[in-house]
Design a protein around this ligand. Structure first.
Ligand code: SAM
Length: 335
């Protein structure tokens, strides 16, 4: 593959993620009225197999829960917070938060992805009444970065290749003429939902370090981060497995350094984060999804491959970390 083709197959993983989400919504696993506006011809898209629907459900429920805790914690501290979603693709989380119980906790929601994907998303948002209505008064919604992005009072969609030096990409796109879009003094949550695996470990560390420095040098905002990723992907011959939940052949340069569950928090702890934890989707399904929810989803479709389900789910993990700058008060955030 040329690097151009390799990047286009990385960008297309967003289509897989969006179709998986749409399928889980249509089958009743998840509620999300917004995803259909980000997928072409949503009524014609075929459902995904039960295994993928369940994986999507476990991942989405767990990440929603962590994000929800973050929003609740901010409200408890009497402050609003910021969320930055890196490699956001067609994610609908902003719309779900902005129309949900915790909407007042949100000071800014920033999404970044390759320019091709942000251009497509900006167009889909402008075309959809349901999506644009949530951004506020149309007079306050501006096309940004030469049509490749969008900015509104709370929501910002910005193009960036996260593999490039962060000072040139993140630093540049997060600065605007009227001041930085991202305040270093507000609690801020970074989301990397199925994106770091497509980048080298050095590039992902550089992104995390850039954010850590931004918060430690300029302010007192507590920094949280959630990473969802495939891991433990090398077999005993050193061959890298494909992403089972998507079935697309994409190279996964970020998969190698986190060979097991215990090594996952190292992603954060090795660069000075204060605390970190990881759980596989298998563990989350077994011990963290409420039994009544498991009972509800077990009635949605017939699943023949329950044993296979665990084998697949143990290759996916959610890791979360916390960085508390010296001038912030740590205790209540560490949970
Ligand atoms: N986070 C979304 C979700 O969970 O639904 C999308 C996940 S999709 C599997 C991966 C996304 O990461 C794609 O939209 C892709 O374009 C983006 N991505 C991967 N590498 C990137 C990079 N170097 N810079 C910016 N975006 C990247």
């Amino acid at each position: 593959l040329s690097s151009q083709d390799a990047d286009s197959s990385i960008r297309l993983t967003d289509t897989d993620a969006a179709l998986a989400r749409l399928s889980a919504v249509k089958k009743g696993y998840l509620q999300d009225p917004y995803i259909r506006h980000l997928v072409p011809r949503p009524h014609l898209q075929p459902p995904r197999p039960p295994l993928i629907n369940i994986g999507t459900f476990v991942r989405a429920t767990a990440i929603d829960d962590l994000v929800f805790q973050w929003l609740k914690n901010s409200t408890k501290h009497g402050t609003r917070c910021q969320i930055v979603s890196l490699g956001a693709g067609s994610d609908t989380r902003f719309w779900r938060i902005a129309t949900g119980a915790h909407k007042d906790a949100l000071a800014a929601y920033i999404e970044m992805d390759f320019q091709e994907n942000t251009t497509k998303k900006a167009m889909a948002i402008r075309k959809s009444k349901e999506l644009s209505a949530v951004l506020g008064d149309p007079a306050d919604v501006v096309v940004a970065q030469g049509g490749t992005g969008l900015s509104s009072p709370t929501y910002h969609l910005l193009p960036a290749d996260l593999r490039l030096p962060p000072a040139d990409t993140l630093g540049r796109v997060l600065a605007s003429e009227s001041g930085p879009i991202l305040s270093p003094t507000l609690p801020t949550l970074l989301l990397f939902e199925c994106v770091l695996v497509y980048m080298s470990p050095a590039a992902s560390s550089a992104v995390l370090q850039w954010f850590r420095d931004y918060f430690s040098s300029d302010g007192s905002g507590v920094l949280g981060s959630i990473v969802y990723e495939m891991f433990r992907l090398q077999d005993s011959f050193g061959r890298v497995m494909v992403d089972n939940l998507k079935g697309r052949q994409v190279s996964l340069p970020g998969a190698a350094p986190y060979p097991d569950n215990a090594s996952l928090p190292g992603r954060f702890l090795n660069i000075g984060f204060t605390a970190a934890r990881a759980l596989t989707l298998k563990e989350i399904r077994k011990s963290y999804i409420p039994p009544e929810e498991l009972a509800r989803i077990s009635r949605l479709e017939l699943v023949d491959e329950l044993e296979e389900l665990d084998l697949v789910l143990e290759h996916y993990a959610i890791t979360w970390g916390l960085f508390v700058p010296p001038s912030a008060s740590p205790t209540e955030w560490e949970q």
